[in-house]
Ligand binder design. Structure first.
Ligand SMILES: [Zn+2]
Length: 163
């Protein structure tokens, strides 16, 4: 931000822009400037768990994290304070997967918070899927998705060139 902030304090400007008018920003988003379209999957998670508790869904069907996901949790995951809803033996690990046409080979891979912050500052629009994983019982569920990265450049110019 070389242009500077009219209020002299970037935090004040963030607040004026309406990004997060109340309360402290969540720690894990502190470095992400372009987060948008946040979708929370708490409802789906609750319904999935209620299916398990009522016996409509087998535990084996929800505790099916594959080795790739478990490995990603081990090397790229970040700890959470949420106890595994199935085995209650450990706190679930959050794994963030990035997807985007412009990410090349990076698309479809798990990334650490630092890597996502760096992509957010340099890469064009991509989607992040946050999955919670229990490394004890292999429970896994999508908990949140959001869009990050630099907004796509105007397609108008591209179209004009094409015409
Ligand atoms: Zn578990």
């Amino acid at each position: 931000m070389s242009r500077g902030c009219p209020a002299g304090d970037p935090r004040v400007c963030e607040a004026r822009r309406g990004a997060r008018p109340r309360g402290r920003p969540r720690a894990r988003r502190r470095t992400l400037k372009h987060v948008r379209q946040i979708v929370d999957y708490a409802l789906q998670r609750r319904s999935r768990l209620s299916d398990v508790h009522s016996g409509r869904t087998a535990v084996a069907d929800v505790c099916d994290a594959n080795p790739y996901l478990l490995r990603a949790a081990k090397f790229h995951g970040r700890p959470s304070s949420t106890l595994c809803p199935i085995c209650r033996k450990e706190q679930v690990t959050l794994v963030s997967w990035v997807f985007g046409d412009r990410l090349g080979q990076v698309s479809g891979s798990a990334r650490t918070a630092e890597e996502i912050a760096s992509l957010d500052a340099t890469a064009e629009e991509f989607t992040v899927h946050v999955v919670e994983v229990c490394r004890t019982c292999s429970w896994n569920h999508l908990v949140q998705s959001y869009v990050a990265g630099l907004p796509p450049r105007s397609t108008r110019r591209r179209r004009r060139v094409a015409e």
